[in-house]
Design a protein around this ligand. Structure first.
Ligand SMILES: Cc1ncc(COP(=O)(O)O)c(C=O)c1O
Length: 416
């Protein structure tokens, strides 16, 4: 089990240095792209290597693997303040949303409320798939300068609405949504709330009770510092108990005995809560890799992690603004997260942008070993626990150097 040694917690910076030392990639230039994917946590890699060694040697202990599955389910449940019976394993965020959506008993004319312009495709396509299959409607709410207004979402809910689907933190411009307020409204009006926590998990302190969330989806390659191809789906116990998953599986029913025992496929007694959504054998490599990272997050404490990571992003935001560059959303506030997006226009460019100044800055940073991304036309910098003030200083120095060469005498940025 991962334990932060006493000396590590004796003082703040020693603690974060100790964390950083478990991410070798953090020392090869500022890594500011957890929103794309995280650096891999060394202890997760060690656990993965051990799993692969066991496979190579023909020494896999299946009972121990099942134990790791249950430990990991419990760790994730603790991370979002829920219970293990409310958690099942998925392949990714899309899979979790699709599995939840496909288990609802839809009536033609039912609707789902979401914001197509701000949601990741993972939280849009599954609903359009269900619309084709069951004749439901997707009601799209218009964004307001990159934000989703609580009032607009509430206004879009009507008698046909079964689900509201929103992300806790958008992938661009990276704003935090007031989920708890919307959750209270949804609960009051008898509508289910599904939260895409892809950009919040492992960084924001999440409490599904406070959110009033009915379903939450996440994957493990970002804030959970592990691999692609594994996700979690939380479903509130009382809701899960009413759902019939699209797939009936051996692991999704309550039965004793070996997984290969046929049991009684006609018995129709589902496993408790969200466990009924488990399917066949698990993504063991993904699960063994993510468990040490969740343990570390719990040992650090979710509030501590959130304060540290958001603190870095806030200070970075202020320094970018002080250099005269536009941060989308302006000075830090309730809308802020670990994501800082730089540029004036929220557009449609990914990995590249038509804003020549921003593209030039992006190339300058990349050439100097800064890892970042471009989403929706904006430069996206995103922070995690392995980042520190030195990363900020390095990037700010590079940006300041670039600004100096791209300002004309009037102080405006010159087109390059
Ligand atoms: C908000 C959000 N949702 C979902 C995803 C990914 O979805 P999936 O795991 O299905 O690929 C991302 C980023 O990759 C994201 O930023």
């Amino acid at each position: 089990m991962y334990r932060l040694e006493k000396t590590m917690i004796q003082n703040e910076s020693a603690r974060w240095d100790a964390v950083r030392s478990r991410f070798p990639g953090a020392e090869t230039g500022p890594y500011l792209d957890v929103s794309g994917r995280s650096l891999l946590f060394e202890d997760g890699r060690t656990a993965l290597n051990a799993h692969l060694d066991a496979l190579s040697a023909g020494a896999v202990d299946k009972a121990a693997l099942f134990e790791t599955v249950e430990d990991t389910r419990a760790l994730f449940a603790t991370l979002i303040r829920s219970t293990p019976d409310e958690i099942c394993f998925t392949r990714n965020v899309t899979d979790g949303i699709a599995a939840f959506g496909a288990s609802i008993e839809w009536k033609p004319g039912d609707s789902v409320v979401l914001c197509e312009a701000l949601e990741h495709p993972a939280n849009v396509y599954p609903w359009f798939g269900l619309a084709r299959k069951f004749g439901i409607r997707v009601k799209s709410v218009a964004p307001d300068r990159g934000a989703l207004s609580l009032d607009r979402v509430a206004d879009a809910i009507d008698a046909t609405t079964r689900i509201v689907a929103i992300s806790a933190v958008s992938f661009a411009p990276g704003f935090t949504f007031p989920v708890a307020e919307l959750g209270a409204e949804c609960r009051r009006r008898g509508v289910l709330l599904l939260v895409d926590a892809a950009q919040a998990i492992g960084i924001a302190s999440i409490d599904v009770q406070k959110w009033n969330a009915d379903a939450v989806v996440a994957s493990t390659q970002k804030g959970l510092m592990a691999l692609y191809g594994l996700g979690f789906l939380f479903i509130r116990r009382e809701i899960a108990e009413t759902l019939k998953p699209a797939y009936l599986s051996r692991f999704g029913v309550e039965q004793e005995g070996h997984e290969a025992d046929l049991g009684d496929p006609a018995s129709d007694v589902y496993a408790p809560g969200a466990r009924r959504f488990d399917v066949g054998n698990y993504n063991y490599p993904g699960i063994v890799t993510v468990a040490p990272a969740i343990r570390m997050l719990l040992e650090l404490g979710q509030e501590t992690v959130q304060d540290y990571v958001h603190g870095l992003a806030h200070r970075f935001t202020d320094q970018i603004l002080d250099l005269g560059l536009p941060v989308f959303g302006g000075r830090p506030g309730p809308h802020s997260s670990q994501i800082v997006t730089v540029g004036a226009d929220l557009g449609s460019g990914h990995d590249s942008t038509r804003d020549h100044d921003m593209l030039s800055l992006y190339e300058h940073l990349r050439a100097n070993k800064v890892r970042l991304s471009i989403r929706r036309n904006l430069l996206r910098f995103s922070f995690h626990i392995y980042n520190n003030e030195r990363d900020i200083d390095t990037v700010i120095r590079l940006v300041a150097g670039w600004v100096k060469h791209h300002r004309n005498d009037a102080g405006a940025l010159t087109r390059v």
